[in-house]
Design a protein around this ligand. Sequence first.
Ligand SMILES: [Zn+2]
Ligand SMILES: [Zn+2]
Length: 256
Amino acid sequence: MDIQVLGAHNCESQNTKCISLLIDDTLVIDAGCLTSSLSLEAQQKIKAVLITHQHYDHIRDIPTIAMNFFLRDTTINIYSTLAVYNALSTYLLNGKLYPKFLELPEKNPTIKFTMIEPYRVEQVEGYSVLAVPVNHTGPTVGYQVTSPEGKSVFYTADTGPGLADCWQHISPHLLITEVTVPNRYEDFAREAGHLTPNLLKQELISFRELKGYLPPAVVVHMNPRLEKEIEAEIATVAAALNTGVNLAYEGMQLHL
Ligand SMILES: [Zn+2]
Ligand SMILES: [Zn+2]
């Protein structure tokens, strides 16, 4: 399994992009920078997009990729929860901001939307996909994606602390998780459903206690303005736990 980090941050700038992960060129998790990162040819290779939750930094390129597929008379599969479907159809693809690609063209809508049920394994383009609820503001699921060869990655999506129940359901070879702010913003992180390096450390300790091992972890969704501070604190966490915890960056390639 080859994973390319298209976007690794929670804010867009010249050097940073919103979150999007590309697996084996065909499967995507979150659409923070899909069209802005990929050529038209690379976009057409995408078979399915899994969306974790409705926040704008995770869905923003759905309208633009839908337009590109529509203009080529092709369709794209999107998998997510009812909350995400409702948000897309009400606010973005509502015929006012952008065409209703969830319904049009009538005979063969550009977006084929499949509702995901948490805790139920779904077969998506040859991969086994398991959605597991996490602790964020509004309904949010992380995804464990397992390749036909049996390699698996779990992406927590945006989440705050308290993942012990989530950990019970997964056994990934690689963990992609979030740290949005440094330790001094812990109150904000708890309130907004995000992690700091210290909060992540507690979650990784709980993972190791529950599962008896700890996969390497890659951190995304950093606030670019605070990234140097986060990076230094993550290095402390990695040293304390004696495990690999690294910050992601745009263009990072991961191989399982
Ligand atoms: Zn969010
Ligand atoms: Zn986010």
